[in-house]
Design a binder for this molecule. Sequence first.
Ligand code: PEP
Ligand code: CO
Length: 456
Amino acid sequence: MAHMSSPGAERAPWTPMSWRDRHAEQQPDWPDDAAFEGTLKTLSSYPPLVFAGEARQLTADLARVSSGEAFLLQGGDCAESFEAFSADSIRERLRVILQMAVVLTYSAGVPVVKVGRIAGQFAKPRSSGTETVDGVALPSFRGHMVNDIAFTAAARVPDPQRLVEAYHQSASTLNLLRAFTKGGFADLGRVHQWTQEFVRTSPEALRYEQLAQEIDRALRFMHACGLDHESVPALHEVDFYTSHEALVLGYEEALTRRDSLTGDYYDCSAHMIWIGERTRGIDDAHVEFFRGVGNPVGVKVGPTASPDEVLELCQTLNPERIPGRLTLITRMGADSITDGLRPLLRAVADAGHPVVWTCDPMHGNTFTAPSGKKTRHFDAILAEIKGFFDAHRAEGTWPGGVHVELTGDDVTECLGGAEDLLDDDLGLRYESMCDPRLNGRQSLDLAFRVSELLRG
Ligand code: PEP
Ligand code: CO
């Protein structure tokens, strides 16, 4: 990736629109600009989805991750779907993340900051602008916020009305998440009930069940000591935050609002937003947009990122060095992590930038299986996480978290795991519209493995 400016180089003043003067990668080719701008105008009149105080709370939580006192668990779909939209699907995604968080908190004794790739994860960057099937080339699917996945010319035309639908689906999803996390579903007294039917008899579930019994015992002990669990919010409510790749900048601009308390701008489409590996050019539009919003922000960092590039991102996105403001999400691939990560860790530590380092073990380990299905092997995912921990231990930095694509459902999208899914099995229940996700069992298994690494 070319870089043209030096860190701290003068930039024109930031506004929610200043990204428009720069080159924006991966933007849809809207057929009618006036219709697109009209939709943005409508969206800009709608209520914000989150409010600034919540984003600041997440920054404070992430600050504890950056100083090594907490761990970040970020996960969810590669791409959310307009079709697979139901209370069940929202609950199952929340449930698996809560289960993983309990495993990490209980077995590793570290507070877990929980962030979903949910309630807004509707836009996808693509390696190629077109997809060819049987000699027919059509524009690529770019997520339900933009076009449809069906392989017809009509379905692939970007439709700005989808931005409005994405907004409404995000709002209902967020509403249910708030109800679940504050209304009793997340009560620690219910940890037993979080295990789904298909997981219940598996070794991971038995291990989880043991842990749940220990938590029950601890709760009974506290109760016997006179501590009323109802009066301790931390035991029956959780803070659960939303995040997505803020790819379609017009949508993000339309949801950017000035906070009346501080006068600062926040992108109120989600608590946290991140920049993808394909859109992190230092002089490009995404970095420009992100530098001006007050939310905690992430950047994906792939195997080609140089220490200088990463330092420029730190300097541009977090010039005031606010702890928790910037999360670097490394996605190197199991083979590149050992050599690739350490120079970055050292450069950022030497420069004194307070970042959260988190490991996306998914996107550097994707390949197409002989069956033609896009997949990842559970062992490669674990190997990258192990390499991530090793690199941090060697540099004396904190392996702050994991960023994973998962679902609570019994899908067959990633190879391996305790059930040892094979290529032939992928066709059984491959439901992802984009990248392959860990299923409920694989996710739980991963949480146990990560807690072992954390204890190690
Ligand atoms: C993603 O997180 O789904 C994604 C596209 O990741 P990356 O930008 O790291 O390739
Ligand atoms: Co993905």
